[in-house]
Ligand binder design. Structure first.
Ligand SMILES: *[C@@H]1O[C@H](CO)[C@@H](O)[C@H](O)[C@H]1NC(C)=O
Ligand SMILES: *[C@@H]1O[C@H](CO)[C@@H](O)[C@H](O)[C@H]1NC(C)=O
Ligand SMILES: *[C@@H]1O[C@H](CO)[C@@H](O)[C@H](O)[C@H]1NC(C)=O
Length: 231
């Protein structure tokens, strides 16, 4: 048994020691969505750990949820920004991002592949993928960054206002829930007043007849009608 265990565990330990030494690269984006207002310039954060130069690597920024252009018969993959051979490759760029994106030249040297997008539009909102295809020994070759673009805040917002009245019926239902409460309060008030009046009438009639028995009987009875029957 001892003879069997030793040759099996040795290569495992050897592999575990070897893997981190090879460079456990990771592409790291942002867990938090990037929030911008229409017309803003934004930076979609993404970098490589450990920090090594990405200048000679291919860096792809794409929109994984965007369908290929139906007018393009070849239905080629299009990019928000493609960096290859130390420069931007504009051929396969999504037309709406032309002249609106940039990487940071200084950042690339230190593994920072963050993307700058200028003058964001509502169409820009969605998921972005930063991807380094040839990153050897990496556990994560890509990361997803979520961009949220809010419309320019105006009091007569055309996109947001239709949503708000749709949200309102729920509070209206709770408003409807309070009306039975009002009915309950009103009914109990009427009952209390009725009881008080009933007691007063009973006492008065009892005094008139000056009969202790009837008085005590009436006090225990709530309804005016039953008191009157006692006469
Ligand atoms: C990457 O570069 C951008 C632009 O200079 C900067 O805002 C960002 O903080 C950098 N990210 C990291 C992780 O260094
Ligand atoms: C920003 O984009 C909007 C619509 O896409 C355009 O009308 C406007 O001129 C642009 N602004 C700048 C500063 O480029
Ligand atoms: C929008 O609302 C703010 C307060 O919420 C007010 O101060 C401002 O004057 C309003 N602007 C317009 C254009 O109505």
């Amino acid at each position: 048994m001892k003879v069997l265990r030793v040759p099996l565990s040795c290569p495992l330990v050897f592999l575990l020691l070897l893997t981190p030494a090879e460079g456990n690269y990771q592409v790291i984006g942002s867990h938090e969505p990037i929030v911008a207002v229409q017309g803003d310039d934004v930076i979609l954060p993404c970098h490589v750990e450990p920090r090594v130069s990405m200048v000679r690597y291919t860096v792809e920024w794409s929109r994984p949820d965007l369908k290929p252009d139906p007018n393009d018969r070849l239905s080629r993959v299009e990019y928000v920004h493609l960096y290859r051979d130390s420069r931007e490759v504009p051929d396969m760029k999504i037309s709406s991002y032309v002249k609106r994106t940039a990487l940071f030249t200084e950042g690339l040297i230190h593994g920072n592949i963050s993307l700058k997008i200028i003058n964001v539009t509502l169409e820009d909102r969605g998921r972005y993928k930063c991807f380094i295809p040839k990153l050897k020994g990496s556990t994560e070759q890509f990361s997803i960054v979520h961009l949220v673009v809010e419309p320019v805040s105006t009091n007569t917002s055309t996109t947001e206002t239709p949503l708000q009245p749709r949200d309102l019926p729920t509070p209206k239902h709770t408003g409807g829930f309070s009306s039975p409460c009002i009915v309950m309060i009103v009914v109990s008030c009427i009952l209390v007043i009725g009881v008080v009046i009933g007691v007063i009438i009973c006492r008065l009639s009892a005094k008139n007849k000056s009969q202790g028995y009837l008085q005590s009987r009436c006090l225990t009875q709530v309804q005016i009608g039953s008191c009157c029957e006692q006469r």
